[in-house]
Design a protein around this ligand. Structure first.
Ligand code: ADP
Length: 254
């Protein structure tokens, strides 16, 4: 996405809550294609089958929720889609590239450049300001190009944190921390935004604000996949994928 597109996205995000989404252009093309992926963990002499032969296709611009009870394999699927883990069996293609056979270095490069994570373990660094935290994303992706700071500031503005850019996480509310995490996840203009229980520790009203940001990002054409055990949050997505005991049991679209 170049600066012009980014500017358009920023404008769209501010308008997205009042402009019907059908007016905004979506370019549909396959982003994710998994074929019979399984993940088995060895535990002593036994093994746990966390995912069992899951085949799923997700197009660019889709907004998908992965649901299911605790232990169903949601995080495992998310970790594989986010290139944090490889499947034990099956293939995974991201934007036409087979990632199941990539080396650790290749996976790490895909992760830092093409995937934005809003996960608890990737929370903000306490000693850094919001802007410095967001700028970690291009730093780790070895993007030292000019304009990086400007782009990060645009993302901070987009999530409504302009006045908080030079504040440290301890000076922010829970919702603001999550907004900063979203800005950081978007800083490298990723192909895919992955969120794990994005409203998990937030009260209903603050969680609603976060869901509105995802809604706006979807309306602006972003591809979003989130894991949630909360049916109300899952209903906000356009499509739901349900896992039970590591198997896909539902794959519906609204
Ligand atoms: P969910 O996110 O739906 O709660 P997970 O994907 O975390 O489910 O876990 C699915 C199953 O795999 C669970 O039985 C869990 O205990 C097991 N599991 C997950 N990660 C590991 C691991 N690193 N080592 C061993 N077992 C694991």
């Amino acid at each position: 996405m170049n600066d012009e597109c980014r500017k358009r996205e920023s404008e769209m995000l501010s308008w997205a809550s009042i402009v019907p989404s059908f007016i905004i252009h979506h370019s549909y093309a396959m982003l994710i294609h998994t074929e019979s992926i399984s993940r088995t963990y060895r535990m002593g002499t036994g093994e746990i089958r966390a995912l069992r032969s899951v085949s799923v296709d997700i197009e660019k611009g889709e907004y998908v929720a992965i649901t299911g009870p605790s232990g169903a394999g949601k995080s495992t699927l998310m970790h594989i889609l986010g290139c944090l883990e490889r499947p034990s069996e099956g293939t995974y293609q991201l934007d036409g590239r087979d990632v199941s056979g990539m080396t650790d270095d290749e996976l790490s490069s895909v992760r830092s450049r093409q995937i934005g994570f809003v996960f608890q373990p990737y929370n903000l660094v306490h000693q850094l300001t919001v802007l410095e935290n967001v700028m970690l994303a291009p730093f780790f992706a070895r993007d030292h190009s000019r304009g990086t700071k400007q782009r990060c500031l645009q993302m901070i503005e987009m999530v409504g944190l302009r006045e908080r850019a030079v504040h440290r996480p301890a000076e922010l509310s829970g919702g603001e921390v999550q907004r900063a995490a979203i800005a950081r996840a978007l800083a490298n203009d990723p192909l895919l935004l992955l969120a794990d229980e994005p409203t998990g520790n937030l009260d209903t009203e603050t969680g609603d604000g976060i869901m509105q940001i995802f809604e706006n990002l979807h309306n602006a054409g972003r591809t979003i996949i989130m894991v949630t055990h909360d049916p109300k949050i899952a209903d906000r997505a356009r499509r739901r994928i349900r896992l039970v005991d590591g198997s896909l049991t539902m794959n519906d679209e609204r």
